[in-house]
Design a protein. Structure first.
Lengths: 668, 79
């Protein structure tokens, strides 16, 4: 039976000389739950961006901080992932090690700020010892000194600094106390290598000795029993009560996400609609107007509309994380999700994906293990998002006209099918592509704290900007390409539309009679343009592929154009077979789409094709922004391609089985 | 094995013990050590069951029951 004995520390690499430059490159390192990111926000404010380390899913925040005074200095601050030790064989530890040692040709940092939790000094100092052993100029930021004092610890910082051989600055990052002193210490920090801990003593023992000598006579081993924390932990991790509390909190989060985000989302849509109308009014008809209104303005709107949900989700999750509750919730959900190869941390991303897969995928950053995170990213879009709702409403209304109970059950069935497919895909993925044991559920349970509103706002803003800078630009570019495919080549108006316009012009004396004729002409032109566009031609060309699912060319075009975003299916169908109105709650629109006919006179949507389409849309990717974000978060197009392949295959197979099965059962 | 050495899961809430060993992989042992669960460290059981919560020095560590079952400790007499 192996003991949990410490392994010998690796031999320290040679001290890295400090490069001379105008700015100081500072690495921010620390254990999880040390409020390291709060300190980063205090130092850099909103002048920060989030970036993945090349080829990895590990993210770091990069920011700039100006230090004033007689000789102003710029600090380029890199907030590294939270780790317990540098020598652990975990992806985030490898990333930190590589950064500190300047792997891959990059210069090592000029200084390292190790953020330590003053209430848990002994364990935090082990990481400090590892950094000192690297020979990098180091400052210890002793954070949460207010909490430590409340618990009866008084750290003698001078003595601690003498024991460590590097400067120590006391901080309360949440209040901003000590931040200026930290900046000043960094300005005056020399480039000499610290001595480091003795190599013949295990780091844990060294840390214990340093703590014993620096705590003003009080030893930080064991604290009085915190009965409030004990009771809260009992409740939050209880098999029944814990699940109920978790369900209540998540329902509240989900509700806020749906209800509150809808307000700015509607505002963004309305603003861009007005902007489009304004541009239509002032720009002459033609290619430039089409590009401006439908391509660029439509593309920007299509990107910005996701922003409220992303920011709101990160704001709420940051608040929850700050309270210390999320670590407990991870244990509650781990019991259920581990059966499918997913960790408890995956619940928030999966739940968020019901609102939109984009914030869901972004929030997988909470998951520490790479394989767990990739699996969650892969299956998150299978959860039914709000963009699927218009399609579900349309197709369940077509399938169960006048039977609201059955329509409701079918609606719920769609959500269940998506969740089941996600769990099954995760199960298979963890046993094939991402084999290997999951990281055991071992977590530090942080102290319960009042959440920091400032921190949550900073995190929400940071994540929103990060989305716009990276995924947003790609999404907009692809929106323009998809618009071009749907709008070109330009075609002549069909003879029927021309005749209708002539009739309308002849009724100049009676505008109320002329208007319906013009609307009919507009619809015929739009329908013809759609059919003759590149997207329409592609739809015609690949219709045989979708024939086994029961789709004619019109449904195929609908499926193809909805690859941009699922809800586009409804507007495409309303143009192709309806009257251009895409309000799915309008009974007349549903009736028109239901009674639409194919070129050979058969109905476009039979019971079998509608059911097949419903299954297709539950399981298919059909969301370009999600694909772009998966590439960004996974660090490779390989995973995005795999996600598209798996979901499209599942959707095709599911729709095929549904259509052919219903046909065999005699359902038209 | 010393007869007094028992799995962590066999201790009641509130009991104290010293960590003896763990029947876990090398990587998992390293993770426990990084969290502060070092050889012979003193720990207190804050919660039994799933998860098992222990206090080591000032840190509270949550352990899945499957992990806690493979951690062996030497119980300490009540003070």
């Amino acid at each position: 039976m192996p003991a949990v004995s410490p392994r010998p520390s690796p031999a320290p690499p040679p001290a890295v000389p400090r490069p001379v430059s105008g700015a100081l490159k500072v690495a921010l390192l620390g254990n999880p739950n040390t409020d390291k990111t709060t300190l980063f926000h205090r130092l850099c404010g909103m002048m920060a961006k989030t970036a993945n380390f090349p080829g990895t899913t590990a993210a770091a925040r990069l920011g700039k901080c100006q230090v004033g005074g007689p000789s102003p200095l710029t600090l380029d601050v890199v907030d590294l992932p939270g780790i317990y030790r540098l020598d652990l064989d975990l992806p985030e530890c490898r990333v930190c090690r590589g950064f500190l040692l300047g792997d891959g040709g990059a210069a090592p940092p000029d200084a390292v700020v190790v953020v330590v939790d003053a209430t848990n000094l002994s364990r935090n100092l082990v990481l400090v010892g590892e950094v000192l052993a690297l020979g990098l100029p180091t400052v210890v930021a002793l954070n949460m000194v207010d909490l430590a004092q409340r618990r009866g610890f008084t750290v003698d910082t001078r003595r601690l600094a003498a024991n460590l051989g590097c400067p120590v600055v006391s901080l309360v990052a949440r209040r901003g106390d000590g931040v200026d002193e930290l900046k000043e210490t960094l300005r005056t920090l020399g480039d000499g290598a610290p001595a480091g801990p003795p190599s013949d003593l295990p780091l844990e023992d060294w840390a214990d000795r340093v703590v014993a000598d620096s705590l003003g006579g009080q030893h930080a081993v064991g604290t009085p029993v915190d009965t409030v924390t004990e009771r809260l932990d009992q409740a939050f991790t209880h098999p029944v009560l814990g699940v109920l509390v978790f369900g209540g909190i998540m329902a509240g989060l989900f509700w806020i996400l749906f209800v509150l985000a809808a307000v700015p989302m509607d505002l963004i849509e309305a603003t861009f609609e007005h902007l489009g109308s304004w541009a239509t009014a002032i720009v002459p008809e033609g290619a430039v107007r089409g590009l401006l209104v439908d391509g660029i303005i439509g593309g920007i709107a299509g990107t910005l509309v996701f922003l409220p949900q992303i920011c709101l989700l990160f704001f709420l999750v940051s608040l929850l994380e700050d309270t210390g509750y999320l670590a407990r919730a991870a244990f509650v959900m781990d019991r259920i999700l581990c059966r499918f190869g997913l960790p408890g941390h995956a619940f928030v991303p999966l739940l968020s994906s019901h609102a939109c897969a984009l914030p869901g995928i972004l929030s997988t950053r909470l998951i520490p293990d790479r394989n767990d995170r990739l699996t969650t990213i892969l299956v998150a879009p299978l959860m039914s998002c709000s963009a699927r709702l218009p399609v579900y409403v349309l197709l369940t209304s077509v399938l169960f006209a006048g039977k609201p109970l059955l329509a409701g059950l079918a609606f719920a069935g769609c959500y269940l099918l998506g969740a089941t497919a996600a769990m099954a895909t995760a199960f298979v993925t963890r046993r094939t592509l991402l084999k290997g044991p999951s990281r055991p559920m071992v977590l530090e349970l942080p102290s319960y704290k009042m959440p920091s509103l400032r921190n949550a706002l900073m995190t929400a803003g940071d994540q929103g900007l990060s989305f716009l800078r990276t995924a947003g630009t790609v999404i907009m570019a692809i929106c323009v390409v998809m618009w071009w495919l749907s709008a070109y080549p330009r075609t002549e108006a069909p003879a029927e539309a021309v005749a209708l316009r002539q009739q309308a012009d002849a009724l100049a004396a009676s505008p109320e009679s002329a208007e319906p004729l013009r609307q009919q002409a507009d619809l015929l032109e739009a329908r013809n343009a759609q059919a003759q566009s590149f997207a329409g031609r592609i739809g015609h060309a690949i219709q045989p592929v979708f024939a086994p699912l029961g789709y004619d060319w019109q449904l195929t075009v609908g499926v193809l154009t909805s690859f941009l975003a699922r809800e586009v299916f409804v507007s495409t169908m309303s143009v192709l077979v309806g009257d251009g109105d895409d309000d799915v709650e309008n009974e007349g629109v549903v009736a028109k789409i239901r009674s639409a006919q194919r070129d050979d006179g058969r109905p476009v949507l039979t019971t079998a094709t509608a059911a097949s389409l419903l299954v297709f849309f539950v399981l298919a990717m059909q969301c370009l922004p999600t694909l772009v974000l998966t590439r960004r978060e996974s660090g490779s197009w390989r995973w995005a391609g795999l996600q598209l392949g798996v979901m499209t295959s599942l959707a095709y197979a599911g729709a095929f089985v549904t259509f052919q099965g219903l046909r065999l059962l005699g359902v038209a | 094995m010393d007869a007094q050495i028992v799995p962590l899961t066999s201790l009641p809430m509130g009991a104290s013990a010293r960590l003896h060993a763990a029947e876990l992989s090398r990587e998992d042992c390293a993770l426990l050590r990084a969290l502060g669960l070092t050889d012979q460290c003193r720990l207190r059981i804050c919660k039994t069951g799933e998860p098992c919560i222990v206090q080591v020095r000032t840190a509270r560590i949550g352990l899945a029951a499957s992990v806690a079952h493979k951690i062996f400790v030497l119980p300490e007499a009540e003070a």
